[in-house]
Design a protein around this ligand. Structure first.
Ligand code: 4FV
Length: 239
């Protein structure tokens, strides 16, 4: 899968791509990431990429020209290629969207800066406006990295154990169950016996119950959307 990131701070993104799972996936050729500096497409002596807002206001707005020219410079691949603008006005990013995107061939991410981007950019080839959360960042770069990370780890081979991504939080719309590793006893706290029992059915049931409990207690909104089995409903009625 190919990711193209349009940004005024490519070095910010580079730093995240050199580490861990993403760094290995790039070295193994499982994903390709191209960073495009929007300032390279700015004109004039000062190569300005922002200007004052029409109608007044104290923030600055990103100019449409440099972003559109940068977008036109992207090498489009065959297949499914989509352009995403990161912004607080966008559709809320979720795990189900990450799965859909992991089926695409190319994801082009535009990172805003300053107070936002000129609205006409949205008409210039943006397929989706996406928000990573209801808060305001200083730039779209962190949002773009959230999307690259969440999508890339779903690409076969990127994560070591294939199974683990299928048991993620939100995978079945539920929060993940509690997890433990050695030592068995830590600061007087023991690992639940069931996890040491070797009884895989008992372990599966315990984990399902804990996922349902946590989701019920912390994110009842998710429970409403989740596809629950008859077994789940029995467990929930006992909770
Ligand atoms: C954001 C978000 C976000 C708004 C103005 C960058 C900032 C500045 N992007 N999800 N929340 N963007 O806050 O995606 O241009």
């Amino acid at each position: 899968m190919k990711f193209d990131v349009l940004t005024l701070f490519p070095e910010m993104i580079e730093a995240c791509l050199r580490q861990g799972v993403l760094g290995r996936a790039i070295n193994r050729g499982l994903i390709h990431v191209t960073l495009i500096n929007i300032r390279d497409f700015a004109r004039g002596a000062h190569k300005t990429t922002d200007d004052r807002p029409y109608g007044g206001g104290d923030g600055m707005i990103m100019k449409p020209g440099p972003i559109c020219r940068a977008l036109e410079s992207v090498d489009r691949v065959e297949g499914t290629s989509r352009v995403i603008l990161l912004s607080p006005q966008g559709k809320r990013f979720e795990q189900s969207m990450a799965w859909n995107m992991s089926q695409w061939d190319q994801l082009i991410l535009i990172c805003g800066r300053y107070d936002g981007v000129d609205e006409r950019i949205l008409l210039a080839g943006i397929d989706l406006e996406l928000s990573v959360g209801d808060y305001v960042l200083t730039g779209g770069e962190l949002g773009a990295m959230v999307v690259v990370d969440a999508v890339a780890r779903l690409i076969p081979g990127v994560l070591g154990g294939e199974r683990s991504r299928l048991e993620d939080s939100f995978e079945e719309g539920l929060l993940k169950y509690p997890q433990y590793t050695r030592p068995r006893r830590f600061q007087g706290m023991e690992v639940p016996d069931v996890l040491l029992s070797g009884d895989h059915e008992k372990i599966r049931l315990w984990r399902r119950k804990e996922s349902l409990r946590r989701t019920f207690e912390r994110r009842p909104d998710l429970l409403e959307q989740a596809e629950l089995t008859a077994e789940d409903k029995t467990i929930l009625s006992e909770l």
